[in-house]
Design a protein around this ligand. Sequence first.
Ligand SMILES: Cc1ncc(COP(=O)(O)O)c(C=O)c1O
Length: 372
Amino acid sequence: MLPLQTKPMHIQELETPAIVVDLAVMESNIRSMAEYCQSHGFGLRPHTKTHKIPAIARMQVDAGSRGITVAKPGEAEVMSGAGLDDILVHYPVFGDSKLDRLAVLARERKIILAVDSPVTAEAISRAASRAGSSIRILVEFDSGMRRCGVASPDNVEALAQQIAKLPNVTFSGITTYPGHIWDEPAHQGSAVAELSAKFQAILDRLRRSGFECEIVSAGSTPAARSSHLASQLTEIRPGTYVFNDRNTMGVGACTLADCALRVLVTVVSTAVSGRAVVDGGSKTFSSDRWISGTKNGFGLVVEHPEVEFATMSEEHGTLELGDSGYSPKVGDRLTIVPNHVCACVNLHDQLHYHRDSIVEGAWQVAGRGKVR
Ligand SMILES: Cc1ncc(COP(=O)(O)O)c(C=O)c1O
């Protein structure tokens, strides 16, 4: 938290670059996703890699999420340390020391892991046996992204059979990350129908061998609101929706008004004609591209959307003024919506939160850098 202010501070008084989060917009994003899931009768397990902040995870749980998702053991430790429970570690975690840490957490917390290989499942079982705990396992299948996950219903069944023989672990269901669904929500029907058919084929195969799935998990932010078209799902795991970003906007899954997080910057140089430099570059925004748009530019300049945030070095962000009519002056303050909010947040120690532009406090990004 910030030291107590003697007078209310406007966000424009913050030193830049600074990340600011509009609480009203974030609360509305949290609420509306929870309501969507409730209205369709499946659960929400938000991926907390977007914010890495336990207080926000708590708000998501208080709004009705059944648990949370993380990628790495270090993130699970941060969330667990803050009292969060029912944590899905959706990553093929490899290495005894990492699994030992998760197995120790599993003495006090419900821990679920996603796996796509018997090597990992066996290592989880050994770690849980050493710790005297029990870990639930989901088998991950590849629904089209070609990143992780076994290929076929037979492969899922074979892995479930192997898990069922291991001590201190339980086969609890199936999961996939449909990160390849990257169309406008209105045009996702056929991709989600394909996803649903894949889930059904796996569930039928498992049922024939006597396996029931307590958890059937998928979900990303772009595809989140098409999830009701896959009737097999018991829960979804969107993460980015909590803040949204320029990529989410580009794919049509949110509007600018839904973007809760902005980066405040200051113009620090106008010496080169036709350009201006702001005080944040790749160490402020990350170098992630606008993959749902023209592929150009590193963020949306809210006050001058026609200005292109064209290039970056580590601490310099270069704006191409083009025909925008904007004549920047050193000291001008600008507001930028980052392309990829998750990568951006992970570069910062603190996020300031505000209502109607008055700063109410700051969260530490407690899970930043927790890549192990
Ligand atoms: C396994 C997994 N589940 C869920 C998500 C959340 O997706 P999104 O960032 O689109 O909200 C991600 C994102 O990387 C992921 O890797």
